[in-house]
Structures are given as structure tokens and as C-alpha cells.
Design a protein around this ligand. Structure first.
Ligand code: NAG
Ligand code: NAG
Ligand code: NAG
Ligand code: NAG
Ligand code: NAG
Ligand code: NAG
Ligand code: CU
Length: 331
């Protein structure tokens, strides 16, 4: 066979495989919806193995597309670092973070053998006192920061070395925190009710994100309440508790979606321009076309990019939590 013919045959084979997979996917990919539960509902064994799975990523060598990464944990943090300006303050904020939760879930399950349920932080439980949360026990996420740099000195992550700094270069640093209970109270029931009362995504996303700069409301609450690395818009996924906070936020969005289905499977909007002054720059159509929106409003066609850790998907693919990409439900 000539090389040209060979590649035609390969192409045809590949095409029919794709069609078969697409047809099959409709009925079979998400046939077992995974439960996501509040942290305190995990069994002790699940809690310990969840922590072990994150440690496993922190102790596994990088294989992502940025050569400055040292560990798998650095790889996972990278898509958030490099896209700070394009995944915050925009309509894609919630969908991107929904997919990032799935990326983390796949990594700990596929590469680190985690078989338990995925936890989220039920933040209303801890409104009275952040420090008293079960999360911070010595066997789990460790406690508050101490000393001049606010590094944590307890728990399995006390010796974690983080690498990315804000401009996307590397400089080793510790996992820092600075607990603040008043900040957590920005996620109280009355402001959740306020977000739930909004009737379209174009207006609602900003309610969870919290003001034009993300400074108030449910999203800012968890970040500021933990503080340190978690308080940094770019670097926050360096703290493993990031995934529990964003699980909580994703649950709020999904509960809002469920109030008006099927309409809210397709309700998308919000700006699609990077935050002004971002390192990525660019405010024009040449930039917005990059994500597939072909305009400066976020659409269902918007691509969610995971730095090639996992394939690009579109916002459309993650709108239904029971869909093939996420295939989960919050309890
Ligand atoms: C909050 O919880 C911590 C840890 O349990 C405790 O030391 C502290 O006294 C509590 N603070 C308040 C104001 O109750
Ligand atoms: C920190 O040290 C402990 C004990 O030496 C080890 O089990 C753990 O994996 C280390 N954590 C990280 C993030 O390397
Ligand atoms: C809820 O939080 C907001 C700040 O985001 C605050 O203004 C309001 O008083 C709080 N409400 C209650 C009932 O705590
Ligand atoms: C969203 O709802 C608000 C009222 O809550 C309305 O003013 C606005 O025009 C709506 N936007 C879209 C895109 O439907
Ligand atoms: C994924 O999307 C990004 C952003 O649009 C793009 O730069 C990249 O080339 C895409 N990757 C693949 C494999 O298509
Ligand atoms: C969005 O795009 C439209 C059409 O290209 C343009 O008129 C408008 O000024 C843009 N909005 C912003 C905030 O750049
Ligand atoms: Cu973020």
C-alpha cells in the first residue's frame, strides 16, 4: 500500500470509530452518576485516601506541557495560572472551574487510585468559625498559617513545595494560609438566596463571582476565608482545599440551573474579554475568537482549555452535570 492510501484507510477507520463512539456515548458514557458529598460525610477511610491521592499527585513527576513543572500537582495548577485573566471576571468562570474539578477528579482516580466519593466544602456549616472546621485536622488539610510567611506547619501538606508565581514563572514557596471567619460570612444563606433569585445567567454569574473584581460574595468568601495561597486569584489551586471550595460554588450554580431545566442547560452569557491589563493582553476579536465565541459574549461554543492535560471541551459539554464530561450529582 502506498503511504497516501494507507493514510486514507487509517482516516476512514478513525472516522467510523469516532461515529461509533459518538453514537455509543449518548447511551453509555454517563450511566453511573457519581455522588459528590460534603467533606464531613466522607468516611474516615475516604478522607484519608483523598488526602493520600492529592499527596500522590504532589509526589509524581510532571508530564504536562510546561517544562517548568516538577510535579503532577504543578501540571494541574498550570491551566489556572496561565488563564487567570480569561477564566475569571468572565462568563466562562463557572464552566471553566467545573471542568477543572473534573480534571482533578480524573487525575486522582486515574493516576493515584482514588476510589472514594468527591468531597465539597459545605461552607454554611463553618460560618461561625473557620478554624473549627473538620477540614483542618492534622490528618487532613492541616491548619492555619504561622510565622512571617504564613506557611502551614501542620498536616500532610506542611512540606508541600509550590512553584508557580503570578507571572507564570517559577519560584519555590510554601503553602500559606491566613484564616478569616468574617470573610467566610460573605457566603451566607441570604446572599445565596439573592443569587438564586436572578433569572438569567448573564446576570447571575456575577452574583456568585462577586462584583466586577470578585471581591464580595460566595466565590470570594471561601478564597479569602482560607487566605494565603487560596487568597490569590492566580495561584489558589496550589492549596488542595481549593477543589472543595470550588465544589461548593459549582453546587450553587448547579442548584440554580436545576430550578429551571431544561432552559438552564443552555443559559450562558457574560463578557468574554480578558481582565484589562492581563499578561495575556488583547481585547479585540483576534483574542475572543481564540476561545471559539466569535464575539465578546460567552457562548456555549466557548472552549475550555486544560493545558492539554485533558482534551478541550466546550461550555456546552459541561452544562449538564449529568452529562458525559462531569457525570456527577451533589448531595
Ligand atoms: C474557633 O475555633 C478554634 C479551633 O477550634 C478555637 O481555638 C477558637 O477559640 C474558636 N474561636 C471562637 C471565636 O469561637
Ligand atoms: C511531607 O512529609 C511526609 C512525611 O515525611 C510525607 O509523607 C508527605 O508525602 C510529604 N508531603 C509532601 C507534599 O511532599
Ligand atoms: C450576609 O453577608 C452579607 C455580605 O456579603 C452581609 O451584608 C449580610 O449582612 C449577611 N447577612 C446575614 C444574615 O448574615
Ligand atoms: C436578565 O434579566 C434581567 C432582569 O433580571 C434583565 O434586565 C436582562 O435584560 C436579562 N438579560 C438577558 C440577556 O436576558
Ligand atoms: C485547545 O484550545 C486552545 C484554546 O482555544 C487552543 O489553543 C488549543 O490548540 C486547543 N487544543 C487542541 C488539541 O485542539
Ligand atoms: C463587543 O463587541 C462589539 C461588536 O464587535 C463592540 O461594538 C463592543 O464595543 C464590544 N464590547 C466591548 C466591551 O469591547
Ligand atoms: Cu479560579
Amino acid at each position: 500500500m502506498t503511504p497516501i492510501l494507507q493514510s486514507v484507510v487509517i482516516c476512514l477507520t478513525a472516522t467510523s470509530t469516532v461515529f461509533a463512539a459518538a453514537a455509543e456515548r449518548k447511551s453509555s458514557v454517563c450511566n453511573d452518576i457519581k455522588r459528590r458529598v460534603p467533606w464531613q460525610k466522607l468516611t474516615r477511610e475516604e478522607k484519608l485516601s483523598y488526602i493520600q491521592a492529592d499527596l500522590c499527585l504532589m509526589n509524581s513527576p510532571a508530564k504536562g506541557n510546561n517544562p517548568s513543572a516538577v510535579t503532577r500537582w504543578d501540571d494541574l495548577q498550570w491551566p489556572h495560572v496561565v488563564q487567570t485573566a480569561t477564566v475569571h471576571g468572565v462568563g466562562a468562570f463557572l464552566p471553566f472551574h467545573r471542568y477543572l474539578l473534573t480534571a482533578h477528579e480524573r487525575l486522582i482516580k486515574d493516576e493515584c487510585g482514588y476510589t472514594g466519593r468527591m468531597p465539597y466544602w459545605d461552607e454554611l456549616r463553618d460560618l461561625a468559625n473557620v478554624s473549627a472546621s473538620d477540614l483542618w485536622k492534622d490528618d487532613y488539610f492541616g491548619g492555619d498559617g504561622t510565622g512571617p510567611d504564613g506557611c502551614i506547619e501542620t498536616g500532610p501538606f506542611r512540606n508541600l513545595t509550590l512553584r508557580w508565581v503570578r507571572d507564570g514563572s517559577v519560584e519555590d514557596h510554601c503553602l500559606s494560609r491566613q484564616f478569616s471567619t468574617p470573610d467566610l460570612q460573605m457566603t451566607n444563606q441570604s446572599n445565596i438566596d439573592q443569587c438564586n433569585a436572578i433569572q438569567n445567567y448573564t446576570d447571575a454569574w456575577l452574583c456568585w463571582f462577586g462584583g466586577p473584581h470578585g471581591s464580595v460574595g460566595p466565590h470570594a468568601a471561601g478564597h479569602a476565608a482560607v487566605g494565603g495561597v487560596m487568597g490569590d486569584a492566580t495561584l489558589s489551586p496550589g492549596d488542595p482545599v481549593f477543589y472543595l471550595h470550588h465544589g461548593w460554588l459549582d453546587k450553587l450554580w448547579w442548584e440554580w440551573q436545576k430550578r429551571d431545566l431544561p432552559k438552564r442547560y443552555t443559559d450562558m452569557g457574560g463578557p468574554n474579554l480578558p481582565i484589562a491589563g492581563s499578561v495575556l493582553g488583547g481585547q479585540g476579536p483576534e483574542f475572543t475568537a481564540y476561545f471559539g465565541d466569535n464575539g465578546n459574549v460567552t457562548t456555549l461554543n466557548h472552549r475550555l482549555y486544560m493545558a492539554e492535560l485533558y482534551p478541550n471541551v466546550t461550555i456546552r459539554d459541561v452544562m449538564d452535570l449529568h452529562g458525559d464530561v462531569v457525570c456527577s450529582e451533589y448531595e
